[in-house]
Design a binder for this molecule. Structure first.
Ligand SMILES: CC(C)(COP(=O)(O)OP(=O)(O)OC[C@H]1O[C@@H](n2cnc3c(N)ncnc32)[C@H](O)[C@@H]1OP(=O)(O)O)[C@@H](O)C(=O)NCCC(=O)NCCS
Length: 178
């Protein structure tokens, strides 16, 4: 079977699932000695990008991180494990879900601490958007996430259009700077 950039071969979810583990060091924490929210978002972005990169076999950029729940703080010395899966591929974009757990190595407890949805867009070497392979969901959970991703995309598209229009209106109303 061959593949061209216009007709990439569909891939299953398992082939791009990714995982990253980090130890939380003093540089990652705030004055309460908990992991900084921005640092956690950085780890989430990287782990999400790994799955999108593996799925698309292309350069990718983050278009949106549209939903993130910080469920409980992560402490200095905790081991953070992040897992990512492509939920659905569209034309040039992919929605990726990332789930994060923190392990307290002294007690051995492992807690779910955050979840997020991100959208990545594939870009070719000339900087043009590039078609991505379709996703083949197989398990009941994968099928549920695949269907939910379409609902989130509809909401996201409406919001993106609304924000683009708001930016245009603001730009028209801005006084010229002389
Ligand atoms: C993301 C980006 C390529 C989209 O460009 P654009 O001109 O708005 O693209 P289009 O409207 O043609 O949309 C292209 C795809 O991106 C998706 N997209 C665009 N903006 C989006 C947003 N805010 N949220 C979710 N998806 C978005 C579209 O739905 C479309 O998906 P599809 O091809 O699967 O249907 C562009 O905004 C960009 O380059 N942003 C900067 C990215 C960046 O620097 N990220 C941080 C560092 S990696």
């Amino acid at each position: 079977m061959s593949s061209t950039p216009n007709d990439p071969i569909a891939r299953n979810v398992a082939s791009s699932q990714s995982e990253m583990t980090e130890i939380i060091l003093p540089n990652d924490t705030n004055i309460l000695v908990s992991l900084l929210g921005g640092r956690l978002m950085h780890f989430i972005d990287l782990t999400g990008a790994m799955a999108a990169y593996r799925h698309s076999h292309a350069n990718i950029v983050t278009a949106a991180m549209d939903h993130i729940d910080f469920i409980r703080p992560v402490h200095l010395g905790d081991l953070l494990t992040l897992k990512s899966s492509v939920n659905r591929a569209f034309t040039t974009s992919m929605e990726v879900g990332v789930k994060v757990w923190a392990e307290n190595t002294r007690t051995g407890s492992v807690d779910h601490v955050a979840s997020a949805y991100l959208v990545f867009v594939a870009i070719d070497n000339q900087g043009r958007r590039q078609k991505v392979p379709q996703l083949l969901p197989e398990t009941p959970d994968e099928i549920r996430r695949y269907e939910d991703a379409l609902r989130r995309r509809e909401y996201r598209d409406a919001e993106t259009t609304r924000r683009k229009e708001a930016r245009l209106t603001t730009a028209r109303e801005m006084p010229a700077i002389e």
